[in-house]
Design a binder for this molecule. Sequence first.
Ligand code: PGA
Length: 260
Amino acid sequence: MRTPIIAGNWKMNKTITEAVNLVRAMRSELNEVPGVDKVLCPPFPALAAVKELLEPTTIKLGAQNMHWEEQGAYTGEISPLMLKELCQYVILGHSERRQYFGETDEGVNKKIKAALVHSLIPIICVGENLAQNEAGQTETVISGQLKGCLADLSAEQVRGLIIAYEPIWAIGTGRPATGAGANAVIGQVIRGTISDLYDEATAQAVRIQYGGSVNPKNIAEFMSQSEIDGALVGGASLRAADFVEIVRISAQVKGTLARA
Ligand code: PGA
């Protein structure tokens, strides 16, 4: 049984003051939803303030990026040593970082290893762009990303990861994948590749989210799929009521409300 996990990727939004207000507006309702791991990923400057607000709750905190070195002459970068005092999760290899900041699978692989050394749980993003999708290259692209990102990791390490399938054409476009479509990619391509690289038990253990234009209206369609364990939510995670609703519906669909 894989525990559902919903993460909010705030991207480059919210000042410290705005972040505090947003967390205050949703933390008690979010905290009450049982059986779902909830993670907020604000921008770096807001992590310390949000950490304090989340301390009395079960809600976890994540960062949106990280360097692989612990310290040194890397102006503008943030290290795993710094993050581990603040948060439990870190998003790695988001398509916006690949597209605008030149991140590669090799770099993501170094970051994953560094995160694991410091007991940060990586949320690793993979996904094809529109041209690749239309050219029928989804499987090749994603299995290539996974092989690069997971290089030299043990099966035990892979079991503890979170993977987010985020088709680039669905991110911020209001054009989500279908539940069945995302389920097929996650089951056949992502779990399939992990099964080939490791074994079937590892493929079944890893938790995999869908991301791309998730909102309160479509979350049930994704969470009712057998291979989908959660969502990485961008735009809708910036609205307290929407994010709470997404988490609540996820708990309902996966049956964790009834089990609590
Ligand atoms: P979106 O972003 O929900 O705004 O489409 C998702 C993401 O990029 O993680």
